[in-house]
Ligand binder design. Sequence first.
Ligand SMILES: [Zn+2]
Length: 141
Amino acid sequence: MLGVAYEEALEGLREGGIPIGAALFTRDGDLLGAGHNRRVQEDDASVHAETDAFRRAGRRRDYPDTVMVTTLSPCWYCSGLVRQFNIGAVVIGEAENFHGGHDWLEELGVEIVLLDDVTCQELLGTFIAEHPELWNEDIGL
Ligand SMILES: [Zn+2]
């Protein structure tokens, strides 16, 4: 499942954007929607990887049986999305480049799987080193 999110991150990088990808799956592994950060591409600060994947998944009655897979620990905005819609689990590629709200989600009973994936760390880490201004803009520094 992380592979789908990672491919989205690469697509974002190819588009000139910030390489963070996400995908929403059912617990059974069916893909509902995938997306990536489009802050640069769409000139829209609200299009994070998780919100993009969520919107592309369309409407759904409820979300406890879904899994949000993301290449990076979700920021407060995306952690709020997980909380708001009661998404049951979050699988995270890495939390080295950015430690978002996943501890808070875990306290609220959301299942958290942190993979410490080196490939995800390197993709975003390289981008941050090359484009610190875009990265600081994205995380609000
Ligand atoms: Zn976010």
